[in-house]
Design a protein around this ligand. Structure first.
Ligand code: FAD
Length: 502
């Protein structure tokens, strides 16, 4: 079989033990692990940079001063132990999120309440409902093996009901439902809570250890990497060296010999591997055709988000179950808002900068002030400028992108002001992360299954297909949809290959 990509262009051909598609944290961790074990690798990356959905950048304020921002993933929580140990191994350090002072809660009627501690300042009745739902979710999570959610006794049943409908089955308190749903729907999967299942929601909670962990912002948003989360990928890439090839999307993967017995002249189907191949995971003969290079290898690690699997042409086409499964996984949508101020004005008012309001356009806001080398003038300690970060998800994000730039900015700033006061209307720099518009991501934060997809297809997501291994945060167990999960996935894929290669 031959295509335009396979044929004429002048591209060098490399021969390696393993070719890795994607230089995000998962792909680079796979390469780092394989190279440390003495195997030869090539990491082929579509973008002109490494790091994937982690990305250090700078935004200019009205005076021309540049401020550091993290366009993608940034926080680490205490359960994300593989990422933490890697950060240490790479000689990087972390700092804590600012959390002194009172938090703000915006009730459904937009009244503003300050509070300390974990419990939101809601009525006793709503609080009791939230506690009941939290206990129910924690109990369900306890029954789940996070690596095999589809094995849970009532997995199929939990996968047929949307998370919102499940919450409504157990409560009729709208405020309680909005607040509980926020932490998984807008807060994590970044999809409306009627579009994914209760099982998918439980997986998100289980990957953080419990639902209580997931809703505890001091746990889940604990630390940031000094120098930014992309530094993890930059350090890994430094180790891999010239074997990281940038700006070169992989367009085609030749990976198996078609099974002659499958040819079906009547249906006009030529021989392929629709029913699978023998010895999944074993080394084979792989050729990856990228824009600037061809790589021949024994195994390939597909370290891209599952919504992009179909961007590669597989020769022969993947087995039918893979082709079907991949169509049931899609990206969420979220805008990460960065607003820089002359000072962290909220702190002077005794506020932490943390705010929650389930159901509002911006349901969460945090102090994201820079530190150390990322502060202006790269001073020691904290930057004197204050930075707020907020997130606008799913249908609200769609509506924001439909507005004019100025209307969008004003509406978002008004949301921040509703939490922290009128001063929030006057940032010196303002920036919106837009990974949904990036060809090599197409959404944020990550991908998840549609209703019923996880119980039906989840068991396939980490199974190799012939010499093809899959590695991405979006198919992780611990650290699911997070950098920790990506790191774990890259390492697991590399170790499995090492076992096979001997
Ligand atoms: C706005 C935002 C905020 C987030 N916040 C957090 C957070 O606070 N904490 C946290 O832990 N996680 C967070 N995440 C999630 C985290 O960034 C991801 O889980 C992580 O980056 C996934 O790593 P990965 O290697 O699996 O995939 P990616 O980072 O997506 O890397 C995949 C790479 O593959 C490349 N690629 C795709 N197709 C091809 C192709 N055909 N050929 C070659 N290369 C290809 C892409 O360009 C990309 O570089 C956030 C994500 C976003 C977008």
């Amino acid at each position: 079989m031959s295509t335009a990509f396979e044929s004429p262009a002048e591209r060098p051909t490399l021969e390696r033990d393993v070719v890795i598609v994607g230089a995000g944290p998962a792909g680079l961790m796979a390469a780092y692990t394989l190279k440390k074990a003495g195997k030869s690798v090539a990491v082929v990356e579509a973008r002109e940079r490494v790091g994937g959905r982690t990305w250090n950048a700078k935004v200019k304020d009205m005076n021309g001063t540049e401020h550091f921002i993290e366009i993608g993933g940034q926080w680490i929580s205490p359960d994300q132990t593989r990422l933490s140990s890697l950060v240490e191994e790479l000689g990087l350090t972390t700092f804590k999120r600012y959390r002194d002072g009172k938090n703000v809660y915006r009730a459904p009627d937009n009244t503003r309440h300050t509070y300390t501690g974990e419990a939101l300042p809601v009525s006793d009745a709503t609080n009791a409902e939230m506690e009941k739902l939290t206990d129910l979710l924690n109990a369900k999570v306890d029954q789940m093996d996070v690596a095999r959610p589809w094995k849970m006794p009532d997995a199929a049943e939990l996968d047929t009901i949307s998370f919102r409908a499940w919450l409504q089955q157990h409560s009729d308190d709208q405020e309680a439902i909005d607040n509980i749903s926020m932490s998984i729907a807008s807060g994590m999967l970044t999809k409306p809570s009627h579009t994914f299942s209760a099982l998918q929601a439980l997986l998100m909670a289980a990957s953080a250890g419990s639902f209580s962990n997931l809703v505890d912002e001091d746990f889940i948003l604990d630390e940031r990497v000094v120098g930014g989360m992309q530094s993890v990928s930059l350090k890994l890439a430094q180790y891999v060296g010239d074997d990281v090839i940038l700006g070169s999307p992989v367009r085609q993967l030749n990976w198996a010999t078609p099974d002659e017995s499958t040819a079906d002249a009547l249906n006009n189907i030529s021989s392929d591997v629709r029913n699978g191949v023998p010895r999944n995971g074993a080394p084979g003969q792989v050729t990856a055709y990228a824009d600037s290079v061809i790589v021949k290898a024994k195994n390939v690690v597909l370290a891209v988000p599952p919504n992009l699997y179909h961007r590669i042409q597989y020769v022969p086409p993947l087995p039918r179950e893979q082709m079907i499964a991949h169509q049931h996984i899609s990206m969420g949508l979220v805008i990460k808002v960065h607003a820089v101020y002359e000072t962290p004005f909220w702190r002077e008012k005794g506020l932490s900068g943390t705010g929650f309001g389930g159901g509002h356009v911006a349901p969460e806001v945090y102090d994201n002030t820079n530190y150390g080398p990322n502060s202006v003038n790269a001073k020691e300690g904290e930057d004197p400028h204050g930075v707020l970060v907020s997130f606008i998800s799913d249908v609200h994000a769609e509506r924001m992108w439909a507005l004019s730039e100025e209307e969008r900015k004003q509406e978002i700033l008004a949301e921040l002001a509703a939490y922290l006061g009128e001063e929030a209307m006057h940032p010196i720099a303002f920036y919106l992360s837009d990974m949904a518009a990036e060809e090599w991501t197409r959404g944020a934060y990550a991908t998840s299954y549609d209703l019923g997809g996880l119980s039906r297809w989840g068991h396939l997501q980490n199974e190799p297909t012939g010499p093809i291994y899959y590695a991405c945060s979006d198919i992780a167990a611990e650290g699911y949809q997070h950098v920790d999960g990506a790191i774990r996935q890259g390492e697991i894929a590399a170790n499995s290959i090492l076992e096979q290669l001997g």
